[in-house]
Ligand binder design. Structure first.
Ligand SMILES: Cc1cc2nc3c(=O)[nH]c(=O)nc-3n(C[C@H](O)[C@H](O)[C@H](O)COP(=O)(O)O)c2cc1C
Length: 222
């Protein structure tokens, strides 16, 4: 089992609830599956560029227009996308660790998605017979696991939550419907007296998700 863990949190684990969820998830997964290969990407150590016009030409235009001659600058901009797409395409499971910031994911995570979820890398795209888009995955991802912490409390489908719908839609677009979430909400200690209990519940949920993933990807289940 190949697991790609992408962490979009600049804080050390002792100050980050979402990072603590990732420790709970990965340690349980490795306990159950000692052969799991875990590739860790810390986006604050290996930051993606924001999509510029040059990067767009190197990444998107080059994929759609075979006559486009990629310049040296454009090729340089595409280097990050190529390197990370290679890791992405090897993964069976993608783990995303992040806080909720301004009701969405950290900008650095969005920038990473803009690099990696690009045509000719993690998927191919064309017109479907009868209209619409035909997206063909190049990756072999079976599940995405989202480990998130937030100061406020959110119920499922909360209209203030722009984080989980965005992640769900982005991965559904490239053919991954299986999104599992462990969410430590209510982490603002000043407001939520039960923040510690909420964290413990989410840590247990992260461990349970690891068990589900290990069972899903066990050789007999494939
Ligand atoms: C810049 C910033 C924006 C935030 N925006 C939100 C928000 O929109 N909704 C929310 O519930 N909490 C928000 N919070 C609180 C964090 O989500 C909360 O502290 C969470 O525990 C952070 O995750 P971490 O402990 O893994 O770093 C924000 C915190 C910061 C620093």
């Amino acid at each position: 089992m190949n697991v790609l863990h992408v962490c979009a949190n600049p804080k050390p684990a002792e100050d980050s609830v979402s990072k603590q969820l990732s420790i709970a998830f990965i340690s349980r997964l490795v306990e159950l599956n000692p052969d799991a290969e875990i590739n860790n990407i810390d986006l604050y150590q290996d930051p993606p560029p924001y999509l510029s016009y040059t990067a767009w030409r190197g990444i998107w235009l080059a994929a759609f227009d075979p006559t486009h001659k990629v310049t040296k600058e454009e090729a340089k901009a595409a280097e990050y996308a190529n390197r990370h797409a290679e890791l992405f395409n090897q993964a069976d499971v993608l783990v995303l660790t992040m806080p909720m910031w301004n009701f969405g994911p950290p900008a650095i995570l969005k920038a990473w998605l803009d690099m990696v979820l690009s045509p000719g890398r993690t998927f191919d795209i064309g017109l479907a017979e009868g209209g619409g888009l035909n997206v063909r995955p190049r990756h072999k991802l079976r599940s995405v696991v989202l480990l998130v912490a937030s100061g406020g409390v959110y119920t499922e489908g909360d209209p203030r939550d722009a984080l989980t719908p965005m992640i769900r839609s982005a991965f559904a677009f490239v053919g991954v419907q299986n999104l599992r979430i462990a969410w430590a909400d209510g982490q603002t200690a000043l407001i939520f007296g039960d923040h510690e209990q909420r964290k413990q519940t989410a840590l247990e949920a992260a461990g349970d998700l690891a068990e589900e993933i290990a069972a899903d990807l066990a050789p007999s289940a494939t």
